[in-house]
Design a protein around this ligand. Structure first.
Ligand SMILES: Nc1ncnc2c1ncn2[C@@H]1O[C@H](COP(=O)(O)OP(=O)(O)O)[C@@H](O)[C@H]1O
Ligand SMILES: [Mg+2]
Length: 292
């Protein structure tokens, strides 16, 4: 623009609008067709870049809530927005979400590469671009050397990494994970927890994570949203105000035990005094409860 005296003064910059939360579920509830009231109206807000965990015993509606956020289930009531827009407009905002289930759900006849490439094929991404993205996703989970392996040749932990690569290949901003490491042994689970935190940091992801392990929730999260069953509802929220990176040493600190105790007490109250979880925080990584 010409710098003349006639030019109007530049308008003062508008104050930056507060960023819309990555997830805002307000009054969202769900009753299944068979009449099961799985979730009372809940309010869940997740800020961009946050790592939030939904924690609670089996049947408290964790998966239901996560699927509602993902649009995999229709909600009965309330409103849901992702980055301030209705979920169906997510793509128009250039945003993507990905969902990781507990079971890796890989195609057994297809190699690792083909499994990771699947979402891109379904989205019609051109072959060369898809190839680059698959390479990138495999590198992120440390599986580049296993690109041509078949799933059955891989350990449970490696299969889960394939499943995570398949989620990352769409370059999501929001990663929804439903007990992704619940079926793994404790050692592998802890290793993958550490890798997940590194991915969260390096990729600038927003993560909503579901677990029934108090120890895993404390280790991973910035904030833990506590849920209770019959009916499914949110009962409490605990901020885990600890720096990252979090290492194994964090698991044996008094602060870790305090957070775990706080959640255990909260759970106990919500369950009306009946202990619903056995996974106290004073063991490393938590008791490996069976897969659901
Ligand atoms: N498809 C379904 N049809 C009927 N009831 C369901 C269905 N899925 C889950 N439920 C019930 O809804 C409640 C919440 O389930 P869910 O969200 O899977 O809990 P969580 O993931 O915390 O274990 C449970 O009582 C469960 O049995
Ligand atoms: Mg579940």
């Amino acid at each position: 623009m010409a710098n003349t005296a006639a030019a109007p003064p530049a308008a003062p910059a508008a104050p930056a609008a507060p960023a819309a939360p990555a997830v805002l579920a307000d009054g969202v509830d769900k009753t299944y067709p068979d009449g099961t009231h799985a979730l009372q109206p809940v309010h869940l807000e997740v800020a961009e870049g946050e790592f939030v965990t939904l924690l609670g015993p089996s049947g408290c509606g964790k998966s239901t809530l996560l699927k509602l956020v993902a649009g995999l289930l229709e909600r009965d009531g309330g409103t849901l927005s992702l980055w301030g827009r209705p979920p169906q407009e997510l793509k128009h905002g250039g945003r993507r979400l990905a969902f990781v289930f507990q079971a890796p759900t890989l195609m057994p006849w297809a190699d690792v590469r083909a499994n990771v490439r699947l979402p891109l094929e379904l989205a019609g991404v051109a072959a060369a671009e898809a190839g680059r993205r698959v390479d990138e996703a495999l590198a992120l989970v440390g599986l580049s050397r296993f690109a041509h392996a078949l799933p059955h040749a891989l350990s449970g932990g490696m299969q889960m990494r394939v499943s995570i690569a398949r989620a990352l290949v769409v370059r999501p901003q929001l990663l929804l994970m439903d007990e992704p490491f619940g079926a793994l042994d404790e050692f592998t689970r802890h290793k993958l927890d550490g890798e997940l935190l590194e991915l969260w940091r390096s990729q600038g992801l927003t993560v909503v994570y579901v677990t029934h392990s108090i120890a895993e929730a404390v280790f991973l999260s910035q904030r833990v949203v506590m849920m209770a069953a019959r009916p499914g509802r949110i009962t409490d929220e605990v901020v885990i105000d600890e720096p990252y990176p979090r290492t194994r040493e964090f698991l044996v600190t008094p602060r870790f035990a305090q957070y775990a105790k706080r959640l255990q007490d909260s759970l106990h109250r919500a369950a009306g005094g009946e202990a619903a979880l056995t996974d106290a925080g004073d063991d490393e990584g938590g008791a490996a409860e069976g897969a659901r």
